[in-house]
Design a protein. Structure first.
Length: 94
């Protein structure tokens, strides 16, 4: 499930780094790369519901954050995942 996430673990990161790592991880799936942009909707690029769960869980693992279940279930786009990762990283640093 966590595929290449183990090699992408990181601690303090910028928005661009989070975005890049998430996009790089999503590229390991069969997705429409023409639609894979930093603003992409996860369903529109071809991820299934199970794939989305894996991407969200791997994002938590990569960035050492824990999303609440209701937060995780609401994630539909790459920017939403990035925002939530950064929010949780900020909370853990304070």
């Amino acid at each position: 499930m966590l595929r290449i996430a183990r090699s992408l673990r990181c601690f303090s990161v910028s928005r661009q780094e989070v975005e890049k790592k998430i996009i790089d991880f999503i590229k390991t799936y069969e997705v429409d790369t023409a639609k894979l942009t930093p603003e992409a909707d996860l369903k529109e690029i071809g991820l299934s519901d199970i794939d989305i769960v894996e991407v969200v869980a791997s994002s938590e693992y990569m960035f050492k954050v824990d999303f609440k279940e209701e937060e995780a279930m609401a994630l539909k786009t790459i920017p939403e995942i990035v925002d939530l990762v950064l929010k949780h990283k900020e909370e853990t640093q304070n």
